[in-house]
Every structure is written in structure tokens, then in C-alpha cells.
Design a protein around this ligand. Sequence first.
Ligand SMILES: N[C@@H](CCC(=O)N[C@@H](CS)C(=O)NCC(=O)O)C(=O)O
Length: 277
Amino acid sequence: MPLVPFGALKRNALGFLCVKTAPGSVWLNTSPVRSTGAMVVFSPGGKRTTPDGTGCTYSSNAIRSGIRGQSKEDAMIKLYGVPMSRAMRAMWMLEELGLPYERVKVDFADGGTRKPDYLKINPNGHIPALQDGDVTLFESMAINLYLARKYDQGLWPKTVADEGRAFQWSVWAMTELEEPVITALLHRVFLPAAQRDAKKADDAAERFKTPLAVLNGALAGRTYLTGSVFTVADLNVASVVSIAPMCGIDLAPAPNVQAWFQRCSARPALARAQAHP
Ligand SMILES: N[C@@H](CCC(=O)N[C@@H](CS)C(=O)NCC(=O)O)C(=O)O
């Protein structure tokens, strides 16, 4: 299906290439589909269309399995994992960037993470893992930093100092914030009832208060972690904070975190990622 020429193009404040597909229409964000050269256009409603005059609308699923004749096998990016896991972080990032990708179902619940073929991709036996052409990566935060940097759509910080802050907050989220909230999740939600230990969960919830207070202080007087713009730092940290409400940890004692988390959670890209089956 041949593409017809774009309408007017411009870059918005976040660096997105925007297009007007008809005179008098609103500006729409776009994202390139690298392997096909097609451009995906984000309509204000969050659905995607191509500016070829066909009026076609592509869902996340269609994009994932390939649009405009691109087969699944050709998909440049493969994300291994299931939504109910740390793979959701990378799904959120991929949706923010509007990248076509294939999600390959690898589930810890059925032993998929320990299968020999998957261990060749991530020898740790964990999800997520990402393949982007010749590049194979594990570690969710590293995957997101890589994607935000490589396919920059405004989520990569604009200064070296803010890049440092993005690294800082991503490493901090893994080393200071994640363990207590994952422990609480395991012992309150995930483990079979007989294996749950209420004391371990309560201790973990108590320990979570320390990094939560650090984050609350950092967000005082700020909209986002590096200033006024949502970046990969916010996505990575918010993806860990999002576990707290799932296991009964109240964010109310940290009002700056609560307000920031609401802003992050309202991102349409997160809703699109969560809508994946
Ligand atoms: N630090 C790693 C942790 C990955 C991880 O532990 N993933 C869990 C699912 S959320 C997993 O694959 N568990 C399977 C297992 O341990 O067998 C990351 O952030 O990617």
C-alpha cells in the first residue's frame, strides 16, 4: 500500500515530529516505523493511524504483530515477558516511544524463564529481555534507558547532568526502592497463602518508608524528577512505585510522591501497555 505524502510537519516542544494530515486539522504526534519507513500517527484519542489517506487505524496489537505488511518475524524489536511482571515497564516505554514490537510470551509461572532457548537470551532466567536487531539486553531499567536514548521521543534527558540523574534514579529504584515493595507483594499477594509470612510483609512495608521519604523530598516543588518534563527517570521509578498500591502500601504519607505518581499513571502510553492481553 503506497504512502501518500505527509501534510505539514513540525517538531513540538518535546521533540516529537508532528503532522497535520488535512488543512485545518489538529497537530498529531508521529513515530517512525523503522523497518517499513511508514509513519505512525497518534490521534488525540491514543489510537494510531497512518497518514496515507486510508483512514486506517492500528491498535497496539496490530502494531505489535506488524503493520503495513511487516510480518511478526520481521519485527525489529522483541520483548520477552508477560504483562504481569517487570516486563510491563518496558512495554510502557515501548508504547511511549510508539515503537512496533513483538511481545514474546515467556512466563515464570509455567517455567518458561528456565527453558534452554530462553536462557540463551537471558542466562539469568528472568524477564524481561529485549532483542533489538543484534542487541540483546536484560535488566528492565537498562532496557528502558537504552530505548529512551536510542529512540528518543523526548523521554531522554536533554543535559548530561539530567542523564546522570536518570541513571541515579533508575539504579536507586532497583537497589533502594524495589526490594521492600517486592517482598511485601510476594508475601501479601503472589505467594500461595501457605507460604506467605505476614511479618516479612509488614517489615518490608516499614522499610519501604525510608526510600519513599527520599523520593518525596526529591519531588518537593517539582513536577517530575528532572524538572518539568516526564523522562525515563520518572517512568522507571514510577514503575516500581506502582507496586505499592497492589500490596496495600499507602502513598498518602508521601503527598509529593502521590501527586507525581498520579501524573505518571495518567500517561496514555501506560494505559495502552496495560491493555495488552
Ligand atoms: N532486576 C531484574 C529482575 C527481573 C526479574 O526478577 N523478573 C522476574 C519477573 S518480574 C522473573 O523473571 N522471575 C522469574 C524467576 O525468578 O524464575 C529486572 O529488573 O529486569
